[in-house]
Design a protein around this ligand. Structure first.
Ligand code: SF4
Ligand code: SF4
Length: 757
């Protein structure tokens, strides 16, 4: 945790930084000086390198980190990325009150892949009970505006969730509703900091008001089908994994203060002045030296580091003695149960007494659009309206990336043309932006910067504008950058140029275009009958029962599957592949009509993979290329049908994962599955079972008419799917939404004998 700014623009009366026992903030620099940021980043990088740490989480904290301003924040983020990313994966986070968040800061956070948690205590009355400005004014509207900015599609990737400190005087239903209304990926509920020296307020007659308040909120959350992930409740379940406040996992947090001091966890500031100090700093001491401090070391001891009462407690593995700071009492130090002990015991009881049904019936989940989409897809295929929704959200992501590219270079003639066409001929722009390889191009362009080391990609906007203008029949002149001696016109084809110019002038004409490269001119007419002019390689499509399918073997950004793609096919090979695809499509309609309808609803492009004698049968999808799958060109149509259905499952689930967190981030869990020798991360297992569910349905259908091998295949894929689903659910690595989704898949398996297909 990096304390990049030690002052705050709010004045919350429950703040442990300023209002509790520790007052060391008064002697610290207002902002972390650049030399301290550099030293901190080097210490973290040094530790990651020496211990080969696979991922490091750095949380920018304060005070209020946004008080650095955009320029100051950019310097800190650039320093951290430059020093640490050569050695490990850097998971950057920020905890903020949100008051200063604006579009520029959001773009910066997205650029540097920072996930942001916002402190927000619920409805206006609850939030403003504590979270106010120094003059007493409300922060509620400011924070809600920040949350609305983070919800926008172009910023959503940076929205980590909400941190809510509870107060039992607030109405739990209103707090719950206010939190859910902000659609956070995750909610963290915190007990107000207290110690045995300064016990928490206990208004009312009950002896466990915190358990009663949280228990009510828990029941409401369960009744609603757990619409958001609430970490407290997920952590408290048996095997729930714990958090810093619960469970027995070793504490793995160190704080770097604004003056470069290494400190223990921040919450210790609530106990006594200087409690979090270690005497070490980043200039002279490594992470290892700071971690050997007795106060940090004792947090690695699990149950042995707890008091006798906790060691004998029946729920110690789930409670873990509560938050370390809440055990403090002058005299006995931290050798006590939590000051919230009675509440924690009762809360665990009430969570156990009100469990989520193991496999809720679908009707119980149809409370919100999120649930409906997940329920529908968990049947194995998904209905046409759901496919249309996924396609629309993918398009909105592409549009957001397009705007981000525009922001990099400012408005250009190509951008102005696209904006004009978007109003005059929106269908033409839509078809171009839906081409699966536009998003990989935009992503590559945005990733290519001196900081990332990714090779520069040419500006995609001019080529997109040309493609849209050609489709719309709108005359235009655009300067298009050249890549690898060619220009690509997405959805239409690519043109190899005779000279090695950096850019060419393209004039869009009725039915074609003319290029001017120095003194050379060439006209390309888009005539599907006539032979293509020299250098022009038009895209080729094939008629299938659901419409037309593009065989894409020219777009350079199709090279996004992590395996070699085939070069341009000879005409005879292209025709053969077209026949195979059309026949495979008919077979899919015969075997699994519901899956075939899902193919009709979204699969637009097939990319031929390069032949490989060692692995002749391969297929792939790419997360950024929705609407396309890649296959080796020459399997028989029956096999091709299975490959198409299988890969389309991955594409659909990838689009779902762009929208919802189904796997809890940053857990590092690996799961053994029957179809692979190596343990897999939860997202890989989720992808595997979702694809296998569909393949099971294909073989089940074939077994009904053929028997024989089809029955054996069906049995094998069914067993794999069941085992994978069970392993996922047992791993506790899914979010609440993920558990619903996987639970519903099992429901499809058990209730209908692998679903209707
Ligand atoms: S916003 Fe956070 S740091 Fe600022 S006063 Fe409130 S609790 Fe403290
Ligand atoms: S419930 Fe109380 S005794 Fe049990 S582990 Fe938690 S704090 Fe300790």
């Amino acid at each position: 945790m990096l304390k990049v700014h030690s002052r705050c623009d709010l004045s919350c009366d429950h703040c442990y930084v300023y209002q509790h026992a520790d007052q060391t903030w008064r002697d610290r620099p207002v902002r972390m000086p650049p030399a301290t940021v550099r030293a901190a980043a080097r210490r973290i990088a040094e530790h990651a390198r020496e211990h080969e740490v696979p991922v490091v989480h750095v949380v920018l904290h304060g005070g209020e980190p946004l008080l650095l301003g955009a320029a100051g924040l950019r310097e800190v983020l650039a320093e951290l990325r430059a020093a640490i990313t050569p050695w490990t994966t850097l998971d950057l986070r920020m905890q903020t009150n949100g008051v200063l968040l604006d579009e520029e800061l959001c773009r910066l956070l997205v650029d540097y892949d920072v996930r942001v948690g916002v402190s927000f205590d619920g409805d206006r009355a609850a939030n403003d009970r504590h979270r106010v400005f120094a003059h007493g004014g409300s922060s509620h509207d400011h924070v809600r505006r920040a949350l609305a900015l983070l919800r926008r599609p172009e910023h959503r990737a940076s929205y980590a969730g909400i941190l809510c400190t509870i107060d039992v005087r607030n109405d739990p239903d209103r707090v719950y509703e206010a939190l859910v209304a902000e659609s956070p990926p995750r909610v963290d509920l915190l007990l107000p900091h207290a110690t045995w020296d300064h016990p928490p307020e206990r208004p009312g007659p009950g002896s466990t008001p915190y358990a009663d308040w949280l228990g009510r909120l828990h029941r409401r959350w369960v009744d609603d089908g757990r619409p958001v992930s609430i970490r407290l409740f997920e952590a408290l379940r048996p095997g729930g994994g714990g958090t810093e406040a619960f469970g027995l996992a070793p504490a793995d947090v160190l704080v770097i203060e604004a003056d470069g001091s290494w400190e223990q966890v921040d919450s210790l500031k609530t106990t006594y002045h200087g409690a979090a100090g270690t005497g070490f700093d980043v200039f002279d001491h490594s992470v290892d030296e700071a971690a050997r401090h007795p106060g940090v070391a004792v947090r690695q001891d699990g149950v042995d580091g707890l008091c006798a009462t906790c060691r004998a407690c029946p729920v110690v593995d789930r409670c873990g003695g509560g938050l370390y700071a809440h055990r403090w009492r002058t005299g006995s130090g931290f050798d006590n149960p939590s000051v919230y002990c009675a509440d924690l015991l009762r809360l665990i009881d009430s969570v156990d007494a009100y469990p989520q049904p193991a496999h809720p019936a679908p009707t119980q989940w149809a409370d919100s659009p999120v649930d409906e989409v997940l329920d529908d897809l968990a049947t194995g295929h998904g209905s046409p309206p759901t496919l249309a929704l996924l396609a629309a959200t993918q398009l909105s992501i592409t549009r957001a990336l397009l705007a981000a590219c525009r922001d990099r270079v400012g408005p250009t003639a190509a951008w102005e043309l696209l904006v004009h066409l978007d109003q005059a001929a929106p269908e033409a722009v839509r078809v171009v932006l839906e081409h699966p390889f536009v998003r990989p191009w935009l992503v590559h362009r945005l990733d290519s910067s001196p900081r990332s080391g990714v090779r520069a990609a040419v500006d995609p906007l001019p080529a997109l504008a040309v493609a849209a203008a050609l489709r719309a029949g709108v005359a235009a002149v655009v300067t298009v950058p050249v890549r690898g001696g060619a220009i690509t016109v997405p959805t239409l084809g690519s043109l190899t140029l005779p000279d090695s110019a950096e850019s060419v002038e393209v004039t869009v004409l009725p039915g074609g275009f003319r290029i001017r490269d120095g003194s050379t001119e060439q006209t390309v007419l888009l005539d599907p009958i006539a032979p293509p002019p020299p250098g022009w390689r038009p895209t080729r499509d094939v008629s299938v029962p659901g419409g037309r399918l593009l065989v894409e073997d020219g777009d350079p950004y199709r090279d996004c599957y992590g395996q070699p793609v085939a070069p341009r096919l000879e005409p005879s090979a292209a025709r053969a592949l077209g026949r195979t695809l059309a026949e495979a499509w008919r077979i899919a309609h015969r075997d699994v009509p519901a899956h075939a309808a899902a193919l009709d609803g979204g699969l637009r492009v097939v990319v031929p993979l390069a032949p490989d004698p060692v692995r002749p049968l391969r297929s792939a999808t790419a997360r950024h290329a929705f609407g396309a799958v890649a296959v080796t060109p020459d399997p028989d149509p029956e096999t091709m049908a299975v490959l198409l259905v299988h890969e389309w499952q991955h594409a659909k689930l990838g689009a779902v994962l762009d929208l919802y967190d189904l796997v809890a981030p940053g857990q590092g869990t690996l799961i053994r599955v029957p179809w692979r020798p190596d343990p897999r991360p939860p997202e890989g297992v989720l992808q595997g079972v979702y694809a296998h569910l569909a393949v099971t349905q294909v073989w089940r259908s074939r077994a009904a008419t053929d028997g024989g091998d089809a029955s054996a295949h069906a049995a094998r894929f069914l067993a794999w799917t069941r085992d994978g689903v069970d392993a996922l659910l047992a791993s506790r690595s899914l979010t609440a939404a993920g558990e619903r989704f996987v639970g519903q898949m099992r429901h499809a398996l058990e209730e209908t004998g692998v679903g209707s297909g």
